[in-house]
Design a protein around this ligand. Structure first.
Ligand SMILES: [Zn+2]
Length: 119
């Protein structure tokens, strides 16, 4: 039997904000491609959010799949940027999501500020 479950981890970011990380194995991806949803009630883990993940052939189909969960009460915010801020070291290529590294342009792997690096 194929295990089609999505893996998730809940942790705290460097700023103390909760972060949810999803790992989607190929079997879970195929399950969603068939129109099925994965649902998580993260309140059971102390995070006041319920999460639904699904696949759809395009944005229009995905918008229709939102409706059983939200009705028509959602905002189309596809033009907004929800990606996490990050910084990539020009020397070693490591990417960091830590606020301090981003603000200070610092690499915790090289232990150097980007401005002080000899590239
Ligand atoms: Zn580096």
């Amino acid at each position: 039997m194929t295990d089609n479950r999505i893996l998730f981890a809940i942790a705290k970011t460097f700023e103390g904000a909760p972060i949810v990380v999803l790992g989607i194995p190929e079997a879970a991806w195929e399950y969603m491609r068939q129109g099925q949803t994965h649902q998580f009630d993260l309140r059971k883990a102390g995070v006041p959010v319920q999460l639904v993940v699904f696949g759809a052939p395009d944005h229009a189909a995905a918008m229709e799949m939102l409706k059983p969960f939200t009705g028509d009460h959602f905002i189309d915010a596809r033009d907004l940027h929800f990606g996490m801020d990050r910084i990539t070291c020009p020397k070693c290529g490591m990417t960091s999501f830590a606020r301090g590294d981003i603000e200070n342009k610092y690499c915790g792997n090289c232990h150097q500020f980007h401005a002080d690096m000899e590239l």
